[in-house]
Design a protein around this ligand. Structure first.
Ligand SMILES: [Zn+2]
Length: 161
């Protein structure tokens, strides 16, 4: 797998694991960049492949190497910022629709809020709304309306009221 493909895979994992599709990803990006740079050999690879080899200096200027005491410290420091920026850049290419699709979520066709596809099967039982994506709230409202309609249609006197 190429470096760029591995970055894409990291971005996909980040998108899939966020608590909400549009949640702040900065902690997850930080954690992922840390995981990428655990082994010095991986850090060397990052420095060969990254499009952001100077990212550490972009963030910290001439302080970028403060505290480094060995070549491996230096490579690890530079690689962390490089891969961090590669992930940020790759994530910025993802549209909202890409993120929703990766998470198997869609937008509710009633209110426009995010809903997940889990309701799809149930919805198929409801006449007239087959295949529509509804969020939990709108689905419940719809289901209640259906029950009300049925009560009116039956018009028996066995209601609780
Ligand atoms: Zn809705």
């Amino acid at each position: 797998m190429s470096y760029q493909e591995e970055i894409e895979q990291s971005v996909r994992s980040i998108v899939e694991e966020l608590p909400e599709w549009d949640a702040d990803a900065s902690d997850a990006i930080h954690q992922t960049a840390e995981n990428w740079t655990i082994y010095t050999s991986h850090c060397h690879r990052i420095m060969q492949e990254s499009s952001n080899e100077d990212a550490a200096f972009g963030h910290m200027g001439s302080d970028a190497l403060d505290g480094c005491e060995s070549f491996s410290d230096v490579v690890t420091r530079l690689a962390y910022f490089a891969v961090h920026q590669d992930i940020v850049d790759a994530l910025s290419e993802w549209s909202d629709e890409d993120k929703l699709e990766a998470r198997d979520e869609g937008l509710c066709e009633d209110c426009g809020e995010v809903c997940d596809h889990g309701l799809g099967d149930l919805q198929n039982d409801w006449k007239g709304r087959e295949g529509e994506e509804l969020c939990g709230d709108c689905y419940e409202r719809w289901a209640e309306d259906q029950e009300d309609d049925e009560d009116e249609d039956d018009n028996t006197d066995e209601g609780e009221e």
